[in-house]
Design a protein around this ligand. Structure first.
Ligand code: M6R
Length: 609
């Protein structure tokens, strides 16, 4: 999705803006632009396509100045083109701005402004905001911004330069993230934390409709009525290198390989491995609260939804609590009526996914207690949920979620274990057994990663596959969904996940000679049943690869290929079994020459509906 950066201070703004846009490029974009005050005027450069195109333009036609804003655009209103790329300005040439989000009433506003004589040059909703602000501007930037907020419907993060106040950047946002921070050479703004880390680690998250005014001397904040307010800052201790690729060819491979550490860091927040006990005070439930939970609902999108499917299994099996996991974009329009005693888990890596936020707000409005599982401190979901169980995955840059999924599942497992303990559903011995099993997970992951070439070799033989089916039962069925999503999103190979027992109710018609079927068989209690389903597809010509939980001769005998994970408790198997699936998707995409980290049409953080 779109990205915003801005800087005002003592240095040349252009390299700082380009560096910030480079950092935000992972979010996905199709054009980029900057605007800089060069001492006499606000000058813009923008171009369609890769950031390199903008860099080339700047090489031939540089601009310099100490105050500027920049943007990467992911087209929503109007095709990707020079004209539609940001920054946009008003007719009277009083201001330029960049915008993330969607202005829902832009058609109505545009008509009103056209009647007042405004001439539009682009198809964007953003230009409507620029023209509206220009129309309302009479020398008082804050007045114009507060006035425009009363007219605009939708989501927005805006960074604005006014020509007659050229060393200040005015920022405002609603339902679209924005952080500001003051570094040693001036003030910075960004739509995403990694773009700030090189300049400052103390950042302030902007709240809805709050205004920030950045100047070389500092940052001032105002509420939606223009009244000055104080805002604190949050220290971000993400390692700067964590957001860099290092010696890896792709972020995705780096992030896959970081999973043993991400798992350990996350688990250690909630578990004392020495004593073999959960850190009870890290969970938001008193004994009374835990006993009062009647039902759990988990919401998320994409990979986060898939983590929720495993969470559902854990809450049911471990804690004995009825649980449903739902896609946030469906749930929010389902007309669901919450019942007393329901708890809503909100899963999101970024904490900014529009549908997930909307579903969470719906639950909050109904008085339901919300618990976020989130990776980004200060994000909208982390701020608005009643409680947050953070994941400690560090910044995830590749569009394909890997370590965030793993850590989300980890937190959901531990939350279920905690509820199970408080509700008396599990004895000490079994708790200890599971915690000891968790302690062994990082080593089991490392052992898969150490043999990743085996998966690479397999992928080199299979990358021309046109369809791949992933099958499994129970937890494996949830894992299969995540495996299929990983493969399709980065390799563009059609892949489907099926509950293994469901195949013969229709989908088995698609199996023909050579069809690749990947059977996840990490649940010993269901293995015999899955083995029968494997045999059903094998005899119809499928080329079956099984992922097994240690040696499983009765399953392996039906399969052309086998990848084993270290034998483990079936509740813990998903932590390791997902890794070969991620590696498989990665190598298939690399073999096909796909842009692994930034797959076509996708964005890292989906801040629009
Ligand atoms: O930031 P979130 O966890 O809320 O993102 C939800 C999905 O957009 C995300 O998990 C998406 O499905 C993955 N990038 C796919 O790999």
């Amino acid at each position: 999705m779109c990205g915003i950066v801005g800087y005002t201070g003592t240095k040349n703004a252009t390299p700082i803006l380009i560096d910030g846009l480079d950092t935000l490029a992972y979010r996905g974009y199709d054009s980029a632009g900057i605007a800089v005050w060069n001492g006499t005027d606000i000058v813009m450069r923008k171009e369609k396509g890769q950031l390199q195109n903008l860099k080339d333009i700047l090489k031939n036609d540089p601009i310099s100045g100490s105050c500027g804003i920049g943007h990467t655009r992911w087209a929503t209103h109007g095709e990707p083109s020079y004209i539609n790329s940001h920054p946009h300005g008003d007719d009277k040439k009083q201001l330029v701005l960049v915008h993330n989000g969607i202005i829902e009433n832009y058609v109505r506003l545009k008509a009103m402004l056209q009647e007042r004589g405004c001439k539009f040059v682009s198809d964007t909703d953003t230009e409507v905001v620029a023209q509206l602000l220009g129309d309302l501007y009479h020398g008082d930037p804050i007045g114009a911004i507060t006035e425009s907020m009363r007219l605009i419907e939708g989501s927005f993060a805006l960074a604005i330069l006014f020509r007659d106040d050229p060393y200040r950047i005015y920022c405002v946002c609603k339902d679209s993230p924005m952080v500001v921070g003051y570094g040693k050479d001036g003030a910075h703004i960004a739509s995403d934390i990694p773009a700030m880390l090189a300049y400052t680690r103390d950042v302030t998250f902007m709240g809805d409709k709050q205004i920030a005014v950045l100047s070389p001397e500092g940052i001032a904040f105002y509420d939606e009525f223009g009244t000055p307010i104080d805002k604190g800052s949050t220290h971000i201790d993400w390692d700067l290198d964590a957001a860099k690729k290092g010696s890896y060819e792709h972020y995705m491979m780096k992030e896959i390989c970081e999973q043993p550490v991400a798992f350990r860091k996350t688990a250690e927040q909630y578990v004392n491995f020495k004593s073999g006990k959960l850190k009870a005070d890290c969970f938001p439930w008193s004994d009374e609260d835990a006993g009062a939970v009647k039902r759990i609902r988990i919401i998320g999108c994409g990979t986060a939804y898939h983590a929720g499917l495993l969470g559902k299994l854990y809450f049911k099996r471990l804690a004995g609590i009825p649980c449903e996991s739902e896609i946030a974009s469906e749930f929010r329009y389902s007309g669901y009526e919450f019942e007393p005693g329901e708890l809503l888990f909100v899963i999101s890596q970024s904490g900014e996914t529009a549908d997930t936020i909307a579903a969470m707000r719906m639950a909050k409005a109904a008085g339901v207690r919300t618990v976020a599982v989130c990776n980004v401190i200060g994000s909208t979901i982390a701020r608005e949920a009643d409680e947050v169980l953070f994941t400690y995955a560090g910044p995830e840059i590749a569009v394909a979620a890997t370590k965030s999924y793993l850590t989300q599942v980890t937190v959901l497992f531990l939350a279920a274990l905690r509820l199970a303990q408080v509700r008396g559903r599990i004895d000490d011995a079994r708790s200890r057994e599971l915690i000891d099993g968790l302690a062994a997970v990082p080593a089991a992951m490392e052992s898969i990663l150490a043999k990743k070439e085996k998966i690479q070799y397999f992928s080199s033989r299979e990358f021309s596959a046109r369809h791949v089916f992933f099958i499994g039962r129970g937890a494996d069925s949830a894992l299969a969904m995540e495996a299929a999503l990983k493969l399709k999103e980065i390799s563009y190979i059609h892949s489907e996940a099926y509950a293994a027992g469901e195949l013969k109710h229709g989908t088995i018609a698609l199996i023909e000679e050579g069809t690749l079927v990947i059977a996840l068989v990490t649940q010993p209690s269901l293995a015999a049943k899955t083995a029968s389903n494997i045999e059903e597809v094998r005899v119809r010509g499928a080329n079956v690869l099984a992922v097994t939980n240690g040696p499983m001769p009765d399953v392996e005998s039906h399969c052309a290929s086998v990848w084993r994970i270290e034998k483990t408790d079936e509740l813990l198997a998903p932590f390791t079994a997902i890794i070969p699936m991620q590696l498989f998707a990665y190598y298939m995409a690399v073999q096909k020459g796909c842009p692994v980290d930034k797959p076509r049409n996708l964005a890292k953080s989906v801040t629009v509906e």
